[in-house]
Design a protein around this ligand. Sequence first.
Ligand code: HEM
Length: 177
Amino acid sequence: MSQGYTPAQRWLHWIIAALILPMILAGLVMVQSGLPRGLQNALFIGHKNIGTLLLILVTLRLVLRLRRGAPALPDTIPTLQRRIAEASHAALYALMLLLPLSGYIRVRAGGFPIEALDKLGLPSFVPRSDTLATAAKTVHEYGGYALMALLLAHIGAAIHHGMRRDGLWARIWPPQG
Ligand code: HEM
């Protein structure tokens, strides 16, 4: 078990946080009907391409987390709270992976572009299939709601620990370590 998150882990945490929140907002807005076409296109393009970048960043973060672990929680944290923290962090990782993956599958199986990957000449890794696209769309939508609920709980817990000044913030902030 390590003593603190590494600067790479901290930077990744804050970069991913700064990208995921606008991604959720863009996702919710861009599916509304009646939006000006130009705005909707821009939101879709931003959402698909930044989402794909997030898939890479989250994978990197997960690899670091598995190799490097997490710093031990202070002894003052009760066992039940520890278990809840561990389970919710595991669920956050799972959803942070599931969202960009299901988004990628929804778009590629539906036969749509991902502009940055297309420019790089990267082919689709999933077959064209309307059934697969529809299933991925459902997973993406409900996964998005689950992620929003967990993020709210996560941010609530962070504010709680910040107000108690129990040292948990120092594990992840400032990003440079
Ligand atoms: C962490 C990354 C991501 C988050 C948090 C996220 C979140 C969301 C949310 C909240 C919605 C609205 C769902 C609804 O109410 O219908 C949405 C829709 C959508 N997302 Fe994502 N998304 C992510 C990554 C991606 C990626 C990587 C792609 C594609 C490359 C993508 C493509 C789409 C598409 C096409 C929709 C519209 C769904 C439809 O109606 O067909 N998303 N996303």
